[in-house]
Design a protein around this ligand. Structure first.
Ligand SMILES: [Zn+2]
Length: 316
């Protein structure tokens, strides 16, 4: 099966258990109760979910779209520096690091479960779902089933390993896999399916929309460890298990600034191109560059080993 077909088939599988059927079904009462406990009743009504799904078609990128752009981005080249020549030589013989074979089956089943959890809780809610909540959701849902010992061991290893072994030098942001987003500290941004932290990030985002115009939108905001894990594993899958390649465009689960403040913006209707170097050519980005109060996290040649990301706004 080709990679794209594989991704499509998992998506199709997940949609068999879509949230709208779930809420229509009274037999999973406990599960519905759990969802309401975590996210609050209002957020999870069928009506809201359907509304969000409609909006999603217009503006929100699915993970598949979000992760599909790595080959299109500007390649970061390091300038040659005679003093650094020893390091450079060493770097050039470093081989790409791949996911270990013993983890392959857990890798596959974890991705499947994360997809199911996401379609059960809804796209917006999944952005702020904690590890413990994920475990509960899976356990309570007869259609997902508890995470196995092997799957949990895999999730832990992908959270706690040191990514500098494959050339990712970003700062560690989350220390524990169970760290959670305080839902009182975040606010849902209408028509985006995403959240921002209250305070500085929210203020800056709305200031940007006021200064740049309504064509600017939030394309990714607060991401819990679970959300980042899903994105990272999807990315790893899209580059055939190559961790070196994956981490150039997506930070490993413990290393994303999306878990504490940063967010991504894009041009409405620009779709996947928002996560490519093409975003740097839009009017929205040109206006963004003139704003004195914002900063870019991943500039060209950044030391973290991450590609150039003009759409990623640095807050902290
Ligand atoms: Zn970002």
């Amino acid at each position: 099966m080709k990679r794209r077909d594989f991704l499509k088939s998992t998506t199709a599988f997940a949609s068999l258990f879509s949230t709208s059927t779930l809420f229509a079904n009274n037999s999973d009462n406990n599960f519905e109760k759990l969802l309401n406990e975590i996210f609050g009743l209002k957020e999870n009504s069928v009506e809201n979910y359907e509304k969000l799904n409609k909006i999603k078609d217009d503006y929100i990128l699915t993970e598949e779209e979000y992760i599909g752009e790595v080959k299109d981005s500007i390649i970061i080249e390091s300038k040659s520096d005679s003093k650094a020549s020893i390091i450079k030589e060493k770097k050039s013989i470093l081989e790409d690091v791949f996911i270990e074979e013993k983890f392959l089956s857990a890798f596959k089943s974890v991705r499947k479960k994360l997809n199911l959890v996401q379609s059960h809780v809804g796209y917006g809610n999944f952005n702020i779902l904690s590890f413990d909540e994920m475990i509960k959701i899976a356990k309570y849902s007869s259609q997902i089933g508890s995470f196995t010992k092997d799957e949990l061991a895999f999730l832990e290893s992908i959270f706690y390993y040191d990514p500098s072994i494959h050339g990712f030098y970003g700062k560690k942001i989350s220390l524990n896999i169970t760290d959670s987003i305080n839902k009182k500290e975040v606010v849902k941004i209408p028509y985006t399916g995403h959240y921002l932290f209250k305070g500085e990030p929210e203020k800056i985002y709305y200031q940007m929309v006021a200064d740049i115009g309504d064509s600017l939108t939030l394309t990714s905001g607060v991401r819990s460890i679970v959300k980042q894990t899903k994105l990272f594993l999807d990315k790893v899958q899209s580059v055939d298990g190559n961790l070196t390649d994956a981490s150039k465009s997506l930070a490993p689960p413990a290393y994303t600034y999306h878990s504490i403040a940063d967010f991504d913006v894009g041009k409405k209707g620009f779709g996947t191109a928002n996560f490519s170097s093409r975003f740097a050519l839009t009017d929205e980005f040109l206006k963004m560059r003139k704003l004195k109060y914002i900063d870019m996290r991943y500039t060209v040649n950044n030391k973290d080993g991450v590609r150039y990301e003009p759409w990623h706004v640095k807050i902290i």
